[in-house]
Design a protein around this ligand. Structure first.
Ligand code: FUB
Ligand code: ZN
Length: 656
């Protein structure tokens, strides 16, 4: 099982995490673990309203859509409690229901709500009706396998045989992820039992000498591993690994090709290709396998693929996917702005993947990717009111190209509503990303007001964060160990605060940084060592010690690598972790004829009226092309664009 260990830091070898008390685990695990969401309370002015909006607005809204569009009926029809043919438009409509349960479960941790808890139980009872006695669960196939709810699905009449497009294993994967979250949040087994029954059926069905092909759309791999963590059942890990190992193996199945990352064995893959969501979900699963098996071939593959992404294929907003066709990654440096895809789900999947890479390495570069996605190309997916969505997140709009699934602005829902329900499942899970631990080291990865209870090896620590991030770069922390004790706090120094847009040279700052990160402890400035992007504060901490971190937040100009032809001679603006954009509505609808000179003076001001919430807006002067006349301009955070109907928008502006 242990192949090679050369890629692993020594600490890894000795850090076997046992997640199932009382059970002897055969597998290894990540050397770092995230501080569990149940131990973190967010009090932040930026994120808490977003999490609340998901629970109070988006979840009821999405449940209503699922009801009206027949997603719940499908479970009843499959279980013969209701007459009818399959409803909906996609063979994976079941997953929207699972994803809502997942997000709702996470939201119950931070905001207990008996009514929502009971609603989830009644939905789970409906799902149970749609499950076949042997555990099979994909409603359209149970209702009528010859009539999938999409013309492109395969009518094989047999379970799993059309897996390259039919999404039965994708349905299982989301079922497992959601059931794990529901069990974690509520301690109830009602949903988990359905998932385990389905997982056991997969274990009986797939493997060497049985059905041997990979999922068409990945996610079952990470879902199975979550079930393993709960149950300790090693067959789930083995099946997850099998689903990855069988990919690209033409002796077992006829290959699906690059679109599904099934062009060659996963450990031989070295570039990020194909359908973007499938890709990042798969790499997340591969990273789990790298950790659980300490498999150096898996580790090498995800590291090389990540480097390709970060150096050549990621948008400034953290989005990935350059092409509408196939919802896919483009070639190296192919990053068009108007026709960018940047699917919201891909940003979410990229966060899941980068979080796992962080847990393997303790390197803050993965959190630079997470933070960039989070504050830009991920939350851009949801409107400020929580009821309108982007499936596609371009970096430019002309007001007429219908980039967003047939619309040139946000839409309330889609026939394929993967992105709204992925936002529902992801955003309430955010508290689980802030802190991590390894031994007696506490990592602080994200800055947002919060209170956490952290168990280090030798000591329990309460940690309170107070900040106005991303509008200001000062973070106050109160450290309250249960007693005086020696341990290390590692504060992430974001790439942007160290003059690095992202790891690699795809983007760079065209101006210079104003100062460096300053840290004081109990009012005294400290000099600090930097390790893998973290300021290291190792000392004896006393209850009531306070830290102040001041990050140099200022307006920055970014330029892209000259090989990105679509960004040639263009510049973009950033402030802290935020990418800014220019909307026609604020700029006299003249975006096509304006330039942003390198010397234009730029001003940051707080503008709380525009959307009735705190927001920093950049203003300055743009020059009209070919003339000396200047126009005052306004740029706002990218995530907030298109909250006032269709219109033009640009992230990148001509410099001359
Ligand atoms: O195929 C399931 C989901 O629907 C994908 O992840 C999205 O890209 C959309 O195609
Ligand atoms: Zn999506």
């Amino acid at each position: 099982m242990i192949k090679e260990i050369i890629f692993y830091p020594l600490a890894f070898l000795f850090s076997i995490i046992t997640s199932c008390p009382g059970q002897q685990q055969k597998y290894f695990d990540y050397p770092l673990s995230m501080v569990d969401i149940t131990n973190v309370e967010i009090t932040d002015d930026f994120w808490l309203p977003k999490i609340r909006t998901i629970q109070q607005t988006t979840i009821p809204f999405a449940l209503d859509k699922c009801t009206v569009e027949g997603r719940l009926d499908n479970f009843l029809i499959a279980g013969k409690k209701k007459q009818g043919t399959v409803r909906g438009a996609m063979p994976f409509d079941d997953t929207d229901v699972y994803k809502i349960i997942e997000g709702a479960s996470y939201s119950l941790i931070s905001a207990p709500n008996k009514e929502l808890d009971a609603t989830l139980d009644s939905i789970i009872a409906i799902i149970k009706i749609g499950q076949e006695p042997d555990g099979y669960l994909t409603t359209w196939c149970t209702i009528d396998p010859f009539h999938p709810p999409a013309p492109w699905a395969q009518k094989t009449g047999k379970r799993w045989i059309g897996e390259s497009s039919n999404h039965e294993l994708y349905n299982s994967g989301h079922l497992f992820e959601a059931a794990a979250a529901h069990y974690h949040a509520t301690g109830k087994r009602n949903f988990l039992e359905l998932a385990l029954k389905n997982a056991d059926l997969l274990v009986q069905t797939f493997g060497p000498g049985k059905l041997s092909m990979p999922p068409g759309h990945q996610i079952v791999e990470t879902g199975l591993i979550k079930l393993y963590r709960i149950t300790g059942n090693e067959k789930y890990v083995q099946l997850a690994k099998y689903f990855l190992d069988v990919r690209g193996d033409s002796t077992t199945h006829s290959l699906y090709g690059e679109y599904s990352q099934d062009q060659k064995p996963v450990v031989q893959q070295n570039v990020i290709v194909g359908h973007a969501v499938r890709a990042v979900y798969m790499y997340a699963g591969m990273t789990d396998i790298a950790a659980l098996y300490r498999d150096s071939a898996y580790l090498k593959a995800v590291t090389v693929i990540w480097t390709n992404m970060i150096e050549k294929k990621i948008y400034l907003t953290g989005g990935i996917g350059a092409k509408h066709e196939g919802e896919a990654l483009g070639n190296d440096y192919e990053l068009p702005n108007l026709t960018a895809y940047g699917e919201t789900c891909a940003s979410i999947g990229n966060v899941y993947w980068n979080n796992r890479l962080f847990m393997l390495s303790g390197d803050s570069k993965y959190f630079d990717v997470i933070e960039r996605s989070l504050y830009n190309g991920l939350i851009s997916g949801i409107s400020l009111d929580g009821k309108n969505f982007f499936y596609v997140n371009p970096l430019e709009a002309d007001g007429s190209f219908k980039f967003n699934s047939g619309a040139c602005t946000r839409r309330p829902w889609f026939d394929c509503s993967c992105c709204p329900t992925n936002l529902i499942r992801f955003i309430p899970s955010l508290p689980g990303l802030i802190y991590a631990v390894q031994g007696d080291i506490l990592y602080v990865n994200l800055y947002m007001s919060s209170k956490a209870r952290v168990q280090l090896d030798q000591i329990t620590v309460q940690c309170e964060q107070q900040s106005d991030y991303p509008w200001e770069g000062t973070v106050h922390m109160n450290i309250i160990p249960e007693r005086a004790g020696h341990f290390t706090i590692k504060l992430r120094l974001p790439g942007w605060a160290q003059n690095q847009v992202l790891p690699g040279d795809l983007y760079s700052y065209a101006d210079s940084i104003a100062g460096k990160a300053v840290i004081t402890v109990n009012g005294r400035e400290l000099s600090y060592a930097v390790d893998h992007g973290y300021a290291v504060l190792a000392r004896t901490w006393m209850p009531g010690d306070s830290i102040r971190l001041t990050l140099p937040m200022s307006i920055r100009r970014v330029v892209a690598n000259e090989r990105v032809k679509d960004d040639e001679n263009l510049t973009a603006l950033e402030y802290g972790p935020l990418v800014y954009c220019f909307e026609g509505i604020d700029n006299n609808n003249e975006l096509g004829s304006l330039t942003l000179s390198d010397h234009a003076s730029l001003k940051m001001e707080q503008q709380n009226d525009l959307f009735h919430q705190k927001m920093n807006i950049i203003s300055g002067e743009l020059r009209k092309k070919g003339s000396d006349s200047v126009r005052k301009f306004t740029a706002l955070p990218y995530y907030a664009w298109s909250n006032r109907g269709p219109g033009s928008m640009k992230v990148w502006m001509p410099r001359k």
